[in-house]
Design a protein around this ligand. Structure first.
Ligand code: ADP
Ligand code: MN
Length: 516
């Protein structure tokens, strides 16, 4: 129910003529003011409604008044608790109805059923109302009538003269609120308020209730997080299970420990076991790359994946956990392409969800050092440079890939040569930012080798042209980058107009070759 007809409360819901003749709202106005629950909650509006309601009811109240107790003062304070209770009840009933639907859905036809009874919100004093399945406004039962008319009678007070006690009485109200705390979720510790004769003001009760609701939601979220996140150094239970299965199946002999914990992955060393299938040989030593399932770091990597047409269609439909798996999948595909081109890189062993097993670059549990961590002889440095130039060209031309995170951090020195790793973010050159990524890679490589004293090292622009086969002539970085972006834009326009990318960028800076 989206709206509450506040003024409609009296006529249909009244218990009958006997009640009407005595009640201050006995002859109600017929005008119905409808508004949303949220609006009614706003204090200002509630006040206005109260005034309107009272104005409408007042003349009738005077006319119907029989006893000496009905005075202007009484009427003045009578309707705001009622309004609050009405709204609360409406809110609680909506909540309970939703709860019932969920209960039904979960239990289905099952013989064993789970009860959500404890989570129901309906107040103790109306919990015996029989119209659970019926819209309460359509019944003849008066939902506002308190179950114990002696404590809060319809006319709003008990006693006589100066001993009068109204239903606004702090003590009565406070005790009632304390009792209502029992309706909070079971895990919400309310203590023995009743035993201590605790009296909660409406304000405190409502604040507590809000808190109880948000705690309920928060604990659900926390639970979720704990289940699915990869801890900083260790791995979450699901990942542990995946790793355990790999060892259990004999594919891995042992997992010895952690080699690296990066922002986006944790890498372990393992000794290889026996392949479950004959045609595959498990390397004696393996690296296990576990892609972190905490999503934060991956958000800023969207641009690599979203625009990669190979993954484009799938990307938009996936939840973040699946996207993480795609990074692992992407690394696997890219490594395979590189392997096929003969580029030194880890060999893929297997991929399970977000866990990629590959051959270990290094020996006896000691990983090969990164290029940034080794001191190479001048000769080796020069050798490494030419090897990398060659690999970048192969990667671009034969694998149709741009590394996109190429630097001395992602190149290992092993067996007298450079090995490329960390290719989950690699993209095809025609990726909307592919050439920019390539230029960045070239800058990293040029700077590293120029600083490292390799006199022959090309500058970043020359390297870019050498790798891509393009012939961008700009002699300064700004113009060079502008031309790169112009080329990318031309490609994007082509995609827009023809529904597909260029097969390749042209090799001489002239209009690119279209694949048609
Ligand atoms: P990240 O995205 O966290 O940088 P990397 O793929 O670069 O992930 O791996 C992190 C580190 O783990 C690397 O710098 C390297 O030291 C080590 N490593 C990764 N793969 C291997 C491998 N196949 N063999 C040996 N060491 C590896
Ligand atoms: Mn890395």
């Amino acid at each position: 129910m989206d709206s509450v007809g506040v003024a409609a409360a009296a006529p249909d819901a009244g218990p009958g003529p006997a009640w009407q003749s005595k009640c201050p709202w006995g002859a109600p106005s017929t005008t119905s003011i409808s508004c949303s629950l949220a609006d009614v909650m706003s204090e200002q509006l509630a006040k206005e409604l109260q005034l309107e309601e009272e104005n409408a009811a007042f003349p009738e109240v005077v006319a119907a008044a029989e006893g000496p107790f009905i005075t202007g003062e009484n009427v003045d304070t009578s309707s705001d608790l009622m309004l609050a209770q009405m709204l609360q009840m409406e809110f609680d009933r909506e909540y309970d109805a939703q709860l019932r639907r969920e209960e039904k859905k979960i239990n289905g036809d099952s013989k064993v059923s789970i009860s959500f009874e404890n989570y129901r919100k309906v107040h103790p004093y109306d919990s015996d109302s029989s119209e659970d399945e019926v819209d309460w406004q359509d019944t003849r039962h008066d939902p506002y009538r308190a179950d114990k008319p002696t404590t809060t009678p319809r006319r709003g007070f008990i006693g006589k003269g100066k001993d009068i006690t109204t239903k606004h009485d702090e003590v009565v109200c406070g005790r009632k609120n304390t009792a209502r705390m029992e309706n909070f979720a079971p895990e919400f510790q309310v203590g023995d308020g009743i035993g201590m004769d605790l009296k909660l003001s409406n304000q405190v009760f409502n604040a507590l209730k809000q808190h109880a609701y948000s705690e309920e939601r928060r604990s659900a979220r926390l639970h979720e997080k704990k289940e699915h996140s990869t801890a900083e150094k260790a791995v979450d239970p699901k990942t542990r299970l995946l790793l355990y299965k790999m060892v259990n199946s004999g594919m891995l002999e042992t997992i010895t420990g952690c080699i690296s914990t990066g922002k986006e992955s944790v890498v372990f060393h393992a000794y290889g076991g026996n392949s479950p299938t004959e045609d595959k040989v498990i390397p004696p030593e393996c690296a296990i790359k576990v892609f972190k399932t905490t999503l934060n770091e991956f958000k800023n990597r969207d641009k690599y994946m979203k625009d990669d047409y190979r993954f484009k269609d799938r990307f938009s439909k996936l939840n973040p956990r699946k996207i993480i798996r795609m990074w692992a999948e992407k690394e696997m595909h890219n490594l395979t392409r590189m392997q096929n081109a003969g580029i030194p890189c880890p060999q893929v062993v297997t991929l399970k969800k977000h866990v990629l097993v590959m051959s270990f670059i290094g020996q006896d549990q000691v990983p090969a050092p990164k290029l940034k961590d080794v001191t190479l002889s001048t000769e080796d440095m020069k050798k490494a440079y030419y090897q990398i130039l060659n690999m970048m060209q192969q990667l671009y031309k034969e694998c149709n890939l741009v590394h996109a995170d190429l630097s001395e951090y992602n190149m290992l020195w092993h067996d007298g040569k450079v090995w490329l790793i960390d290719v989950s973010q690699s993209v095809e050159p025609t990726h909307p930012h592919g050439l920019e990524f390539l230029f960045r890679d070239c800058r990293n490589v040029s700077q590293f080798f120029q600083k490292g004293g390799v006199a022959e090292a090309l500058n970043e622009r020359e390297l870019f042209n050498a790798v891509s086969g393009l012939n961008i002539t700009a002699d300064n970085e700004v113009d060079f980058q502008a031309e790169i972006e112009a080329l990318e834009k031309m490609n994007e326009d082509h995609v827009q107009n023809h529904g597909k990318k260029l097969s390749t960028f042209s090799s001489d800076g002239d209009p690119p070759i279209f694949d048609e």
